[in-house]
Design a protein around this ligand. Structure first.
Ligand code: AP5
Length: 318
């Protein structure tokens, strides 16, 4: 069943890998408030996924494996996070991953992981991609799609995903749509984070990333306890090359030109969920969870209706 071009809640639900529509009772317990969250955690072990296959690609001998992948859920969340560079997609993806028990799949993280490999271990296409990234330009669609296609098991077979930084062009969005239609899967929603440009520039220029565990900080908004040292692993914090002022300008232009049109694309598909990205990360998370909760209630109603209909059909035939 392809992704439906409709605005009804019924069409924006997740689908079971086998194509059946199915919903889990836990979905209604995923809320923005703490008490239901504790309940949720009690029912599902929330652990940070290591994303080895996504970051490094699958290996022919199966030696690259994730330490943990989400279990099978009746209603896996399949989300795309949209928004300008620096709006806070990565920060929200980390928080949402824990709440929704889904894999955080960022294409930018794949490039950064490749950058750390020895020069001779980087393919010519990857070397070229890293040059685009350094300048703040988008990597060509063919390279990005090849990389995602190689890792399609992370999208198709995992218990749920949060795509961060992909798709970023209409071409990429069409390719993803085709892949999911072929596999009879549909997206739950496309969350679009909105923020004024001056705030975006402030977030990007103050960002610091841990060179070891990749945790993200901000010099004033989310400072580490000890300057330049990661709170989580003690690694050194550095400024990303593409967070230099000249690269930021190029990235924002690329966003306006190539990624912003996706807002209309997903609006037309009835999937768009706009979220104001002002305030603290926890406030934005609460806003997002509130909207996802509403969506989940819609899922439950549709689910109840379809079982009632199934019962009626059964009575009629018996
Ligand atoms: P990518 O890694 O995807 O970067 P991006 O989209 O530019 O997004 P960022 O990671 O810069 O920002 P973010 O929105 O995740 O914000 P964050 O949470 O870190 O891509 C990098 C490059 O790779 C691209 O330029 C391109 O070259 C290439 N690429 C990747 N995917 C591609 C694709 N599909 N096609 C083509 N090319 C591709 O937050 C930013 C800062 O703000 C942090 O310091 C954070 O601590 C802080 N912050 C977050 N939330 C808040 C808050 N609420 N209040 C205050 N501060 C906050």
């Amino acid at each position: 069943m392809p992704i439906q071009a409709s605005t009804s809640a019924a069409t924006i639900r997740g689908r079971h890998p086998a194509g059946r529509v199915s919903f889990a009772s836990y979905v209604t317990t995923v809320t923005a408030s703490d008490a239901p969250l504790r309940k949720f955690i009690g029912m599902n072990t929330i652990i940070r996924k290591d994303r080895a296959v996504w970051l490094h690609g699958p290996s022919a001998d199966g030696s690259v494996q994730c330490a943990a992948v989400p279990g099978e859920h009746k209603h896996p969340w399949r989300l795309i996070l949209l928004g300008a560079p620096g709006v806070g997609k990565g920060t929200q993806a980390e928080l949402l991953t824990r709440r929704l028990d889904a894999c955080h799949l960022s294409t930018g993280d794949i490039f950064r992981a490749a950058k750390e490999r020895r020069d001779c271990d980087q393919s010519p296409a990857m070397k070229e991609a890293l040059e685009y990234m350094r300048r703040g330009e988008l990597v060509p669609d063919s390279t990005v799609w090849e990389m995602v296609r190689e890792r399609s098991s992370c999208i198709l077979d995992c218990g749920g995903f949060i795509l961060d930084g992909f798709p970023r062009t209409l071409g990429q969005a069409e390719s993803l749509k085709e892949l999911m239609e072929t596999e009879k899967l549909s997206l739950s929603a496309v969350v679009n984070y909105e923020l004024p440009v001056d705030e975006i520039v402030r977030r990007l220029s103050g960002r610091r990333t841990c060179e070891k565990c990749k945790s993200v900080f901000h010099v004033t908004e989310r400072p580490p306890k000890v300057e330049t040292v990661c709170d989580h692993c003690g690694g050194r914090l550095y400024q990303r090359e593409d967070d230099r002022p000249e690269a930021i300008t190029v990235r924002l232009e690329a966003y306006e030109r190539s990624t912003a049109p996706l807002i209309q694309f997903y609006k037309d598909l009835g999937l768009l969920m706009p979220i104001v990205a002002q305030g603290s990360p926890d406030e934005i998370l609460a806003r997002t969870m509130d909207q996802l909760d509403k969506l989940a209630v819609g899922f439950d109603k549709t689910s109840a209706k379809s079982s009632q209909n199934a019962e009626k059909v059964h009575v009629k035939h018996s």
